[in-house]
Design a protein around this ligand. Sequence first.
Ligand code: GAR
Length: 199
Amino acid sequence: MSGSGTNLQALIDACADPAYGARVVAVGADRDDIEGLARAERAGIPTFVAKVGDYSSRGYWDRALADKVAAFEPDLVVLAGFMKLVGEKFLDRFGGLTVNTHPALSPSFPGMRGPAEALEYGVKVTGATLFVVDAGVDTGAIVAQTVVPVEDDDDVESLHERIKVAERAMLVESVGRMAREGFTVVGRRVRLGGRTSIE
Ligand code: GAR
């Protein structure tokens, strides 16, 4: 993660119930001193940081990030508000097992300005998309989407806040189902249930 970590907090809260079927084994970030790391520490969850600037190239950072994640042997990696693109080395290890949320309805408005671009375009509904991370920018196979209205008096902040409420619910619901039921990815089609497999 890179920022405030409300998606992370929603997952931590959901995991407090054993029936949820998942556990956050570690929280990683690409910077120190962020609220997301503090949230993990308060919940007693191990944390790690991999900063791009501490490595001589983006590729070395990517490999170090993959190593740090691998040390915790996760079944699923959730990029929750992670503002960096993971690279080839990371995807070699965790491709198909890494999901990310995007605050727009893919394939609309990929990138860092999803809520702002939805507002500028004048769409009447937008939302959030949970997807299996691939090498593109918010292009991966879609696990779930949630829709929110755009109100006449919205600014970027009010719209993003409304999206985030729906996004957290979608994330908690979908990650729980992925953990409990498994999931399959065939081409661009993601199906919940069945033994986890990627074709
Ligand atoms: C979320 O809306 C997430 O979708 C977005 O940042 C917010 C993080 O909120 N991520 C991206 O735009 C990634 N390109 P949080 O830190 O409170 O979970």
